[in-house]
Design a protein around this ligand. Sequence first.
Ligand code: K1U
Ligand code: ZN
Length: 191
Amino acid sequence: MAKREILKLPDKRLRLKSEPIKRVDTGIRALVDDMFETMYAAPGIGLAGIQVGVPKRIVVIDLSKKDEGHEPQVFINPEITWASDEKSTHEEGCLSIPEYYEEVERPSEVKVKYQDLDGKTYEIAADGLFATCIQHEIDHTNGVLFIDHISKLKRDRVVKKFTKAAKASGKETGKEAGKTTNKTAKQKVEA
Ligand code: K1U
Ligand code: ZN
């Protein structure tokens, strides 16, 4: 197991549309282990593959409380199959946009189809924090960030702040920090 680096805004790889996973092999199992180690160390409650630079449709979540044991959940190729008309607003954060929190409105309940590490397909219903978190993570697999759900004024302000910080630290890795048309990893290579 190894802790991996988490990509930060304005890294343009965060805007990639991740590719479906065809087969769960040893590489995917190692990636899952590393994603949990990275997420617990951050600390966070969710993480998508692209946040550690791997544009594959994979999400890990653990919503257990501090004093409870870990409750790791893995979602391979997760997709929303139903979303409620009713909306809820929750404060969100993102490990790729550290220390920035904002209220986001999303469907209160969703149903999500996904595969587990054995390739078995499930459909689960999510509400509350689970619904917020899984929608946030599925957005990551589509190159969407939670700041895309807030006002342009607030988004432009946070993008500017992180771009300035990246430039100052010499870590700037992209110009596509704002809301853009997302490309798949494959499309990006061919472009
Ligand atoms: O995907 C990510 O960037 C992880 C993100 C998940 C998330 C949080 C809140 C609402 C929606 C999605 C985080 O984990 S941010 C850190 C965080 O929320 C947290 C950290 C420590 C303890 C509890 C929560
Ligand atoms: Zn995030």
